[in-house]
Structures are given as structure tokens and as C-alpha cells.
Design a protein around this ligand. Structure first.
Ligand SMILES: Cc1cc2nc3c(=O)[nH]c(=O)nc-3n(C[C@H](O)[C@H](O)[C@H](O)COP(=O)(O)OP(=O)(O)OC[C@H]3O[C@@H](n4cnc5c(N)ncnc54)[C@H](O)[C@@H]3O)c2cc1C
Length: 490
């Protein structure tokens, strides 16, 4: 489907509409940083926040905040988050997990055991779906929900894709056995059910069609806009060859796998959330997501959700184009908004090809883009169908979105809005939002230690840049640990 340029008038309007008013100041809420302050547009008087909105998110009462977290878990999380915030520790852990020592029998066992009792237990939900199910039950007792993530990474061939599909289907079965609505989403990575090389080929072809709309793709199903005018196309510098008969047949297999998973989710009414990955395969991932959303998202019930990485310069434009096209087609769309997890590899790839990074030039631009997109989606769901998952550890973004939801009168326990954090990260924000009455999920990868290693490596790598987020959490956890110690001694 052809995309078009967004007139500046509409973009300007988007910026205006998505301005979130600052929270009223309170002791619990330091003023927003200038970077996050909304543009200076006077808010309509009817929309001024009620003081209750600002008081909702309370991080002061650490006893209440961590009341469901056992002391042993608090201690482990504090230690692991502290370790992952230290550059040399991250370097050493990353080197160890990638090193040849992992191939030395006795050592491998020791290293895996050390990883299991530290990183793994903090960031993962268990070795299999049933253990993850148990973690979800206890999470649910604490008022949170779970997103079940079968922890596999890229598949290289059809056999691996078939194996992975069985894992995803089993995950849906496990969800059925858990208390209703304790699982908010099943997560799928398209790179696990369609071979990577094929995703690269499809992305190339889609990019070329965006450059040259007369370039026909006979296999292409109805979709929503995948690119905007500002989308980078440097990954595909020359006209790609059409898919070979073998590739077409592999694509059909991948379509069938995704269809089977979507149908199982529809039958069980469990939303399916598609993760976003590297930009060199993201067009194909969006293509799978949007063509399935057209088939399965009906009435006011989006079953297939996509993900927008707001660290990308073209994120806002694409979100606008896609939601607009979905609206015209009467398709309720759901999006997870994230900042994004592949920052360093994206920048390296673009630089190696002699192009600008697709990532915003400054972190402030990324923050603004996330907050603008959140606000835009909140307005959409307040006035129509669709859903949004605000997946962030950023406390300011959480506060802004909570205030905006309040301002728009979006019911807190509302299937249209979900906040989400990674398992083992930002417990304070998760419980703070949950205590304020919002639906909050934890992203819970499960699988054997060896299988989830790439995920753990990404966590370690990413936490390098997450000093601020984990620092806030660690500070509150230490405060609570101190309080518990005092209570035990005196
Ligand atoms: C539930 C959940 C699901 C997720 N799913 C996905 C997914 O499918 N795909 C995906 O890619 N990511 C995903 N992520 C996001 C990712 O894993 C990181 O956790 C996230 O991007 C960190 O951002 P934050 O919103 O928590 O904000 P913060 O805690 O504020 O972190 C901001 C970080 O963003 C980085 N950053 C972004 N832009 C810039 C810039 N321009 N300059 C400098 N630094 C910058 C820095 O590392 C910085 O530390 C998910 C996150 C969650 C919580």
C-alpha cells in the first residue's frame, strides 16, 4: 500500500494534540525536567488536572510499594541491578557469556549456574511455560499481570521456525490454564517463525516498492502503511531480485505459522503482541503484523498488536499514517510503544553504510517522541477503538501518561491501556502505577538459560545505558531494605 507525505499542518496538529500538561507539583513529584516539559501551549481550562491525578503515583511509601516483594528478592534485585549498572561488570559478563569458556564442559556448567542464580532469576520467569505460569500467578496476587514471552531468538531455517511455533502455541495453552486476565498478552518475535534471510529479502522488496510504487509484489497481501516519507531506505541500495519460487514457498509457510498462532489467540481471546526488532527486518515484521491485524482485529477488539520504536526518527510519522489508514479501513489497531533496544547496532550499521543514524540525535528527542506518541495513542483510545501498551521504565513518561489518561477520563482498569515493564526492572514504577489503579504487566521471558542467553546479553548491554532508571529503583529498594532491617532489629 502506498504511503504519502504527512502535510506539515497535520504534523503540527499532532504535536499540539499530544501535548501533555505538566503534573501539579507535589512533594512526591519533582518538577519535570525541561527536556520533558510539554510545548508551551496554553491548556484549555476545562482540562486542567485535578490534584488527585498528581497524587496518584506515589513513590514515597516504600513499604506499600514493595509490600508484595519478599526480602530475598529485593536483595537479589538490588545486587543484580547494581552490577548491571557498572560498566566493567557488564563488559566482563558480556565477554564471559560470549567467550570460549562457555564451551569448556566443567566451566560451562559453573558459569550457567552463576548466571541462573543472578541475571536469569532476576530477568526471566522460569525454564518452561508452566514455571513461568507459576511466576504469573504470584505476580497476579500482587496485582500485576504477565506478558508471556517464549524466549527464542532468530530462526535460520524452516525447521527452527516450526519448533518455535510449537513453543508459541504451547504458551497460549498455558495462558488458558491461568486465572482469567492474569496474562495480558502473548508475545511473538516474527524472527522466530520466519527465517531471518527471508525477512531481509521481504524488507528489501518492500523498501524498493516504497521507492518505486510501480514495482509489483505479487505475493503481497493487504497491509497498512509501513514507511513514511522520512523512513530511511539505505538498507536497500539497488533493485532487489523478485522472490524465488523457494522463497515464495517459505513465505507461504511463514504466513501459515503466523496465521495458526493468530487464530489460536483469537479462539482464546488472548491478544498477541508482535515485538519490534532491527530496522533491516522491521518492514517485513510490520508487514506480517498489519496484514494479520486486517484479518483478525474486529469491532473494538484488537487481537494483533504491533510495536513502534520511538527512538526512530520516523516513528511519529509512521504511527500517524498507520493509525489513520487503519481507521479508514475500520480496523481497531493496538500498539506497544517502546523507546527501543537496538540502539548501538542501528547506529553502527548506518555509519558503516555512510548514512545518518535512524535514531534520534539526542535522548531528549527520543523522550519527546515517546511522550508525544503515548499522548497521541491515549487520545485515540479515549475517543475510539484500539489499544495501547506503554512499555517503559522511564518514570517521567509514566507520570505524564498517567496524568494524560486521567485527564482524558480513560478508565484505569481498562483493557485499552496497559503499562508494562520488563521482569526484574522498575518494580517501583510497576507497583506505583498499579497502586494508582492502572493495569500493569511485566514482560516475562521464559526458557532454558542457554536459550535465553541472547536476551540476557541484550539486557546486560542495554542496562549499561539504564543507570538513571535502575538508579531510581535501586534507591527505593535500598530504602525499603533499610526499613525492613530496622523493623527486624528494633
Ligand atoms: C515491556 C517492554 C517491551 C519491550 N519491547 C521491545 C521491543 O519489542 N522492541 C524494542 O526494540 N524494544 C523493546 N523494549 C524497549 C527496550 O527493551 C528498553 O527497555 C527501552 O528502550 C528503554 O527505554 P525506557 O522507555 O525504559 O526509557 P529510559 O529508562 O529512559 O531509557 C532510555 C534509554 O534509551 C536509550 N536511548 C534512546 N534514544 C536515545 C538517543 N537518541 N540518544 C541516547 N540514548 C538513547 C538510552 O540507552 C537510554 O538509556 C521493551 C521494553 C519493555 C518495558
Amino acid at each position: 500500500m502506498a504511503t504519502r507525505v504527512i502535510p506539515p499542518r497535520i504534523l503540527k496538529n499532532l504535536r499540539y494534540n499530544t501535548a501533555t500538561k505538566p503534573l501539579l507539583s507535589s512533594a512526591a513529584h519533582p518538577p519535570l525536567s525541561p527536556a520533558l516539559s510539554p510545548p508551551c501551549v496554553p491548556p484549555p481550562s476545562s482540562a486542567v488536572l485535578r490534584p488527585a491525578a498528581a497524587a496518584d503515583l506515589n513513590f514515597n511509601d516504600v513499604a506499600k510499594l514493595f509490600s508484595f516483594v519478599p526480602t530475598s528478592k529485593l536483595l537479589r534485585s538490588t545486587a543484580v541491578l547494581h552490577a548491571t549498572a557498572l560498566e566493567p561488570m557488564v563488559d566482563f559478563g558480556t565477554w564471559l557469556m560470549r567467550s570460549n569458556l562457555m564451551h569448556v564442559d566443567g566451566l560451562r556448567h559453573l558459569i550457567l549456574a552463576a548466571i541462573r542464580h543472578s541475571f536469569y532469576d532476576t530477568f526471566c520467569a522460569g525454564e518452561d511455560a508452566s514455571t513461568a505460569g507459576k511466576s504469573i500467578r504470584s505476580l497476579n496476587e500482587a496485582g500485576l499481570r504477565g506478558m508471556l514471552v517464549y524466549g527464542v531468538e532468530d530462526a535460520l531455517d524452516n525447521d527452527a521456525c516450526d519448533r518455535n511455533l510449537r513453543g508459541f502455541l504451547h504458551t497460549v495453552d498455558v495462558c488458558r490454564s491461568l486465572p482469567p486476565s492474569s496474562v495480558s498478552f502473548v508475545i511473538v518475535k516474527i524472527t522466530a517463525i520466519c527465517p531471518m534471510s527471508l525477512l531481509e529479502r521481504i524488507s528489501d522488496l518492500l523498501r524498493w516498492q516504497h521507492k518505486d510504487p510501480s514495482f509489483t509484489l505479487s505475493w503481497k497481501q493487504d497491509s497498512l502503511p509501513i514507511f513514511s516519507e522520512s523512513s530511511p531506505l539505505y538498507h536497500t541500495l539497488k533493485r532487489p531480485e523478485p522472490l524465488t519460487p523457494q522463497e515464495e514457498s517459505d513465505l507461504q509457510l511463514a504466513n501459515q505459522r503466523f496465521l495458526e498462532l493468530c487464530q489460536k489467540c483469537v479462539q482464546n481471546n488472548i491478544p498477541l503482541l508482535v515485538d519490534a526488532e532491527h530496522t533491516y527486518v522491521q518492514p517485513a515484521i510490520d508487514y506480517f503484523t498489519y496484514s494479520s491485524a486486517i484479518l483478525h482485529n474486529k469491532d473494538d477488539n484488537p487481537i494483533v498488536f504491533g510495536t513502534i520504536q520511538t527512538y526512530l526518527k520516523d516513528a511519529k510519522e509512521r504511527l500517524l499514517l498507520t493509525t489513520e489508514a487503519a481507521e479508514k479501513m475500520g480496523i481497531p489497531m493496538g500498539f506497544k510503544l517502546v523507546r527501543g533496544a537496538y540502539m548501538s547496532s542501528e547506529t553502527k550499521l548506518a555509519q558503516s553504510l555512510g548514512y545518518d543514524s535512524p535514531i534520534h540525535n539526542t535522548i531528549q528527542d527520543t523522550h519527546k517522541c515517546f511522550n508525544d506518541c503515548s499522548s497521541f495513542m491515549l487520545e485515540k483510545i479515549a475517543n475510539g477503538p484500539g489499544g495501547v501498551v506503554l512499555a517503559t521504565h522511564n518514570v517521567e513518561s509514566g507520570k505524564l501518561a498517567a496524568a494524560k489518561a486521567h485527564e482524558l477520563g480513560i478508565g484505569k482498569v481498562n483493557h485499552k491501556l496497559e503499562f508494562a515493564q520488563l521482569h526484574g526492572m522498575s518494580e517501583a514504577l510497576s507497583f506505583g502505577l498499579s497502586n494508582a489503579g492502572f493495569q500493569v504487566s511485566k514482560y516475562m521471558p521464559f526458557g532454558p538459560v542457554e536459550t535465553v542467553m541472547p536476551y540476557l546479553l541484550r539486557r546486560a548491554e542495554e542496562n549499561r545505558g539504564m543507570l538513571a532508571a535502575s538508579g531510581f529503583d535501586r534507591q527505593l529498594m535500598r530504602k525499603e531494605l533499610g526499613r525492613r532491617l530496622k523493623a527486624a532489629v528494633f
